[in-house]
Design a protein. Structure first.
Length: 216
């Protein structure tokens, strides 16, 4: 990732797209950051409507349109994202795993936001899993994407104590508030070249100007 303050961002989203909206509202067109592409596996995703309303290029890549071949779909999606100039790919509620081939096109530049404190409660329905377990501490993780299920190196985590939470509605508004602060912050770090995997430890992600300078 370049250390110049300029970054072209692609967003992948399958659903309502509130995280996409947070990026549109808080980082798009500021500090050299622009969202250049929004892609989905779901042509009906509200996220695509939000992108269109913001004047952003959109495309959908369903598995069905590639004869059920996930890797062919990912190849087509990567090619389109590259055509738009994407340098960082943000998975914001994208409900598909991406293939190794896709990740190879964007080395160390695909990130995801997940609504739990990983490695607890990976996969779908993370908040329901946490409620069922009876945890008192909930949270959000922004992490690099690898070929596993929510297993890539952690970039940022924030937690919130909710000892009395019983229902999804007791938790989700807090999770969304955290996500909508965290993702824009992480994208700003990337734009400033302030995210780096430690040379001494492949799972440790250095963030912020001091940590990165120390590695130089
Ligand atoms: C978020 O909670 C995110 O953590 C998870 O999917 C949800 C997407 O929400 N991966 P939205 O579509 O951004 O509103």
């Amino acid at each position: 990732m370049s250390s110049e303050s300029s970054l072209k961002v692609a967003v992948l989203a399958s659903g309502t797209g509130t995280n996409l909206q947070a990026l549109i509202d808080q980082v798009h067109g500021r500090d050299g950051i622009s969202i250049v592409a929004v892609a989905s596996d779901n042509p009906e995703a509200q996220a695509l409507e939000r992108a269109t309303a913001a004047g952003l290029p959109t495309a959908s890549f369903t598995r069905a349109s590639h004869s059920g071949d996930r890797r062919a779909r990912d190849r087509a999606m990567a090619a389109w994202l590259r055509e738009q100039g994407s340098q960082l790919v943000v998975m914001a509620g994208y409900m598909q795993l991406v293939s190794e081939e896709f990740l190879d096109r964007f080395p160390d530049a695909v990130i995801n936001v997940h609504p739990s404190l990983l490695p607890a409660f990976a996969g779908i329905d993370a908040v329901s899993q946490a409620l069922a377990y009876g945890v008192k501490l909930f949270g959000v993780t922004v992490h690099f994407v690898d070929t596993g299920l929510d297993t890539g190196p952690v970039i940022m985590q924030r937690a919130i104590e909710l000892p009395d939470a019983r229902e999804l509605d007791d938790v989700l508004p807090h999770i969304h508030t955290l996500e909508h602060q965290m993702l824009p912050e992480v994208v700003r770090w990337f734009a400033r070249g302030e995210v780096r995997i430690a040379s001494t430890h492949p799972r440790r992600v250095l963030v912020g100007p001091l940590a990165v300078a120390r590695e130089r």
